[in-house]
Design a protein around this ligand. Structure first.
Ligand SMILES: C[S@@+](CC[C@H](N)C(=O)[O-])C[C@H]1O[C@@H](n2cnc3c(N)ncnc32)[C@H](O)[C@@H]1O
Length: 217
């Protein structure tokens, strides 16, 4: 819905390459970036299946905070899925710039803000940036990582087009949490947030969307 055939799609935290596989199946060009060389190898291997396409998809090693080989205003759609703080570690702390090795929430959100600025730079005006992100629980209380992330993207200048809730049943983490939830009386988290942000046009009057802009002073 947010892209068309032959468009250029970017996933700056590509992991095992789902975005690239779907881009191949939908005949889009796509670049995947990941800080972890193992993820890049996994993604490039996952692309080795027979399917007739005249577009290119590939993954490269890089840092989503700075992608100097991608020109300003050149990408038609960004689709990505950052780590949820350090809930799942993607490199066992061995790669310093891996967001999942970050030293806590403040550092994680500051890195997310830097990434949101880089994504704003490379995306074409009036195009979309989709971010899938989940929340967590600490000391039996809810930690809305997604809300904090959304604020950083709004602060950068994106405006919010959609918030889509992705129901998440039968998650492999559920068993680990189920007994705690019962004992301490809290609910299991069974959803993730898919934010669809739009980069405004150059001279667009965004004051007509005051509810979807950054409001915290
Ligand atoms: C939730 S996973 C992505 C999963 C992906 N959607 C898939 O299809 O497998 C997050 C990824 O972000 C990567 N990552 C973490 N910090 C990064 C950074 N600074 N720049 C680029 N990639 C990063 C991790 O290595 C990991 O592969």
């Amino acid at each position: 819905m947010y892209s068309k055939k032959k468009d250029y799609i970017l996933d700056p935290m590509v992991g095992s390459g789902t975005t690239l596989i779907e881009a191949k199946l939908l005949n889009r060009n796509a670049l995947g970036v990941d800080i972890n060389p193992e993820a890049v190898e996994l993604s490039n291997n996952a692309l080795k299946f027979d399917f007739k396409t005249d577009c290119k998809q590939k993954a490269i090693v890089g840092n989503a905070k700075k992608m100097p080989n991608i020109k300003d205003n050149s990408i038609d759609l960004i689709v990505t899925h950052p780590p949820y703080l350090n809930i799942v570690k993607y490199s066992d702390g061995k790669i310093e710039e891996d967001l999942s090795s970050s030293g806590g929430m403040v550092k994680f959100l500051n890195d997310i803000e830097i990434i949101s600025k880089e994504l704003f730079r490379v995306l074409k005006p009036n195009k979309f940036c989709a971010i899938l992100i989940g929340d967590t629980r600490k000391r039996q209380h809810y930690v809305p990582i997604s809300h904090y992330l959304m604020e950083r993207f709004l602060k950068t200048g994106f405006i919010l087009k959609e918030e889509i809730i992705k129901a998440q049943h039968n998650c492999s983490y559920s068993n680990r949490w189920a007994w705690k939830a019962k004992k301490y009386k809290f609910y299991l988290i069974m959803h993730e947030h898919l934010f669809i942000f739009r980069k405004p046009n150059k001279n667009e009057n965004t004051s007509i969307f005051p509810w979807s802009k950054y409001r915290v002073k």
